[in-house]
Design a binder for this molecule. Structure first.
Ligand code: 8YV
Length: 306
């Protein structure tokens, strides 16, 4: 269970009697207080299983610090009468901004160029040409709040935008493709912004990467589970695609050695929503959901149950 940030812990401590549970800790350690626990707070990467929830019979709310809750067994929470909330919207801009930053960094090889200059290599000659982003064809996998925000930004780069989603989105001015593979074959840059969890596990596989092609660039700001990471390493190694910009990984914080060594891969440590302004806003939403719950008022941002 990934840790909840100190700024939120401090605020929770000021309002509630807090029992901390650190990822990897034995849940038995909470056995004495478990029957009294009325609320649980976790974050977007946390794994909250049915077994774990069953330890807290009095809990009636699970407030997730994050928009993603793919680690939460939402069906088990519902069966146990636990309302699950998350923190959508307040982080949309930051996640979309980082997607664009990773797209530009990977396609224009900005970090590699920075290393080139710092290594003094410019003294021996110029840096290799990269690929144009403005006017390129962008494919968005998952056209929810974050996907739409990425599209709006990409329009500023005069990009030709198309997308894949579980079903076409009425009223959006972008071409819909019925499969990620079909989308990948029609674009230069593929950005993954879909939900995590079982429904999208390994969605971006070897076939999709082959379809993206040897000049293609992959960006992932969703969840590591959505991309078949071994297939991605092979595609980059075999030059089946040109570059990648990755903020999320299959087994965070561990990143495959192969990726760490690649010059054409831009790596960030799951920081898409990691700005002070956004993390304060996310903390506000967690606090507001808890306050609403304990005051018997409607919750601010309950997850949309499937
Ligand atoms: C995390 C995220 O919650 O919102 C999400 O789904 O993945 C992130 O914003 C964040 O990393 C909290 O630690």
């Amino acid at each position: 269970m990934a840790a909840v940030p100190p700024m939120l812990l401090e605020r929770l401590e000021q309002s509630y009697q807090l029992h901390r549970f650190v990822p990897g800790q034995n849940p038995e350690s909470l056995a004495t207080v478990a029957p009294e626990i009325q609320a649980i707070v976790a974050n977007g990467e946390s794994r909250v299983t049915a077994d774990f929830l069953a330890r807290f019979p009095a809990a009636r709310i699970l407030a997730v610090f994050g928009v993603g809750y793919d680690g939460v067994d939402a069906a088990a929470a519902r069966a146990q009468g636990i309302a699950v909330t998350h923190t959508p919207d307040v982080l949309t801009d930051d996640v979309a901004d980082l997607a664009i930053a990773l797209m530009l960094s990977a396609a224009r090889a900005v970090p590699a160029a920075d290393r080139f200059v710092r290594a003094g290599k410019w003294l021996q000659g110029g840096f290799p040409l990269s690929r144009k982003v403005s006017g390129a064809r962008l494919g968005i996998v998952g056209l929810g709040r974050i996907g739409l925000a990425i599209a709006q930004r990409a329009a500023g780069f005069k990009m030709e935008i198309s997308y894949w989603a579980r079903q076409p989105k009425p009223g959006v001015p972008y071409a819909f493709y019925p499969s990620p593979q079909a989308l990948a074959s029609a674009v230069d840059i593929l950005v993954v912004s879909t939900v995590g969890g079982q429904p999208t596990r390994g969605l971006i596989n070897a076939e999709v990467l082959d379809a993206l092609g040897s000049h293609g660039v992959l960006v992932n700001v969703a969840r590591g589970s959505v991309v078949d990471e071994q297939a991605l390493v092979r595609a980059l190694t075999d030059k089946k695609i040109a570059a990648a910009g990755l903020d999320v990984f299959a087994d965070e914080p561990r990143v495959p050695e192969d990726l760490l060594r690649m010059d054409n891969v831009v790596l960030t440590p799951h920081i898409a929503s990691a700005t002070l302004e956004t993390r304060i806003a996310m903390s506000d939403m967690v606090m507001q959901n808890l306050a609403a719950h304990f005051e018997g008022k409607p919750l601010i941002s309950r997850v949309p149950y499937e």
